[in-house]
Design a protein around this ligand. Sequence first.
Ligand code: 5GP
Length: 201
Amino acid sequence: MERSPGPQGFLVIISGPSGVGKSTITNVVRERLDAALSVSMTTRPKAADDVEGEHYFFVDRGRFESAIAHRELLEHAEVYGNYYGTPRGPVLDKLAAGRIVILEIDMEGAAQVKSNLAGCFAIFIKPPSYDALLQRLRDRKREDEATIQKRFAQAKNEIEAAEAGSVYDVFIVNDDLNRAVDEAIRRIGAEVERRRAGAHS
Ligand code: 5GP
């Protein structure tokens, strides 16, 4: 078991399929809670609107494998053929300093964090329907139709696996951004309160 978060620190995992709007939700939740967002390391190619050190640390496979070997990552997974992982040090430091820390990671990573770190809270963002998700993937105009279909098939598998498993504490439907953000903040706040009350009883 890893070092547990300090009495104030709180680790929140946010997952959900591509195109569900989880980055937007995560960013608004982060701002409203003054939380810290973990910056992942990845081997995926940098896209035009990606900012190094802000969205990801972009590295080659050699560097990523060395990070795994040296236990620099809290979790890692291979998603769509690329490695993604959470640098351990910054997350543990911020938790020890009492911050709320948000990890925007996939289910495989979420399962690893949940089994390694006590007391984290995992949220899964769902689309209102599969049709709505397919439409959103198309509206992003980021990928060609074949890639969109691959991501869509993967998304359906992810949602089914998340619902069948026991990794997630809460499922939130992103039918409306403001409503989904409010629900996430309310659920996180309730959990922080519940733990605080537990710690004092
Ligand atoms: P994208 O390439 O679209 O930014 O992210 C693809 C997927 O990788 C998303 O589902 C995202 O949640 C996941 N992901 C991003 N960073 C990490 C990470 O550090 N660890 C894990 N396990 N998944 C990640």
